[in-house]
Design a protein around this ligand. Structure first.
Ligand code: ZN
Ligand code: ZN
Length: 364
């Protein structure tokens, strides 16, 4: 695999501080956000970001890894590694002394943690904050787009190798497993989610789990999958048929393709997420299958497979350059099957660049 350009992780904490509004410091406890701000990929750590300083604490399991990763990322922080729970509490309490309003991540703190933090920081007022780090993460740096693109390319390549094998009537589980193996073989660190391989009537369930059902000629199979490269996810869906499917299946497929293309065309700087959803949805509604498009049109993709911004009829957000989103309309007909077609795109001043490049052909 080609070498990835280093990211500017060390610069992110100052951008976070610029978003402080009504807080003196933020305690970052969601691990994906700790990773974003420090480069640390372990499973347990906390990061206290104050106006002019930061304190990172983790336990003994990550002694060497944390030191290496934070140094490698160019992060400026008091790095306290190998601490017991009590020592982490004492270190954070000391670092937070003088803090009047301490922000917590409202979507990352459990009830139990919140009760603990009241005891840990008795002098501070704990303030819920929404999407402070997630808001930063929405706009991808070039290095982040490069990683998502690499993950998309691996998925494209893996599907290219395996699609012809559908003619051998594999089970959904076998095909999903081979897809996973092919992506890891090509350098992916993991799948970004368990692949969905849903054939025939199973395709009517948007998030069906691969079963022992054999994929038969002439039926639709929905293949939704992706992988992870250096922490960043890809996400793509193709719906295909081995040989010609029924006339109705073809009509549904062509409608979903048209809907997907309309959604992609609506993506651009300043586009309202709800309008992108509407562009896709209108095509399906006009074709008479509006009630069978039972999910939002897309979602952000990055360190998490589903992140902001959401692209749905209820979304209030607006797209900006550097956002990475999917466009994935679908039609699901119980007892018959389903069609979903999905690409991952990066928003650019000119509109968008599609990162998942696998051809969209109904029949193989
Ligand atoms: Zn997907
Ligand atoms: Zn998706």
């Amino acid at each position: 695999m080609t070498t990835l350009t280093p990211m500017q992780i060390g610069a992110r904490m100052d951008r976070l501080r610029a978003r402080f509004d009504g807080i003196d410091a933020l305690l970052v406890t969601r691990m994906v956000n700790v990773r974003y701000l420090t480069g640390f990929t372990g499973s347990a750590a906390m990061l206290l970001v104050t106006a002019d300083d930061a304190t990172f604490v983790t336990d003994g399991r990550y002694r060497d890894q944390a030191a290496d990763q934070l140094a490698g990322a160019g992060v400026t922080a008091d790095i306290m590694i190998g601490l017991t729970q009590a020592e982490q509490r004492a270190a954070l309490a000391a670092a937070a002394s003088g803090i009047v309003r301490l922000g917590l991540e409202d979507d990352g703190v459990t009830w139990g943690q919140q009760r603990s933090f009241i005891e840990w920081f008795p002098a501070a007022e704990l303030v819920p904050t929404a999407a402070l780090v997630d808001g930063l993460r929405m706009v991808k740096e070039p290095g982040e787009v490069e990683r998502i693109k690499a993950a998309c390319a691996i998925a494209d390549d893996a599907l290219g190798e395996l699609l012809p094998t559908l003619a051998q009537r594999p089970t959904e589980r076998d095909f999903a497993l081979r897809l996973e193996f092919a992506m890891r073989e090509r350098g992916a660190s993991a799948v970004s989610f368990d692949p969905i391989v849903a054939s025939g009537p199973n395709g009517a369930k948007p998030h069906a789990r691969p079963s022992d059902r054999h994929i038969e000629p002439g039926e639709l199979v929905v293949i939704d999958f992706g992988c992870i490269v250096d922490g960043y996810c890809s996400d793509m869906t193709r719906t295909v048929s081995v040989g010609e499917p029924s006339l109705e299946a073809r009509r549904v497929w062509e409608t979903v393709l048209e809907s997907q293309q309309a959604g992609v065309a609506a993506v651009g700087v300043g586009a309202e997420c709800a309008a992108v959803d509407g562009a896709s949805r209108d095509v399906i509604v006009d074709a008479g299958w509006g009630d069978s498009f039972i999910h939002g049109t897309g979602h952000g993709v990055g360190l998490e497979i589903h992140e902001s911004p959401r692209v749905a009829s209820t979304s209030t957000g607006t797209l900006a350059a550097g956002h990475v989103v999917t466009v994935e309309p679908g039609v699901y007909l119980p007892g018959i099957g389903g069609v979903r077609i999905e690409d991952t795109l990066v928003v650019t001043p000119e509109g968008s660049i599609t990162l998942t490049c696998f051809p969209k052909d109904l029949t193989i």
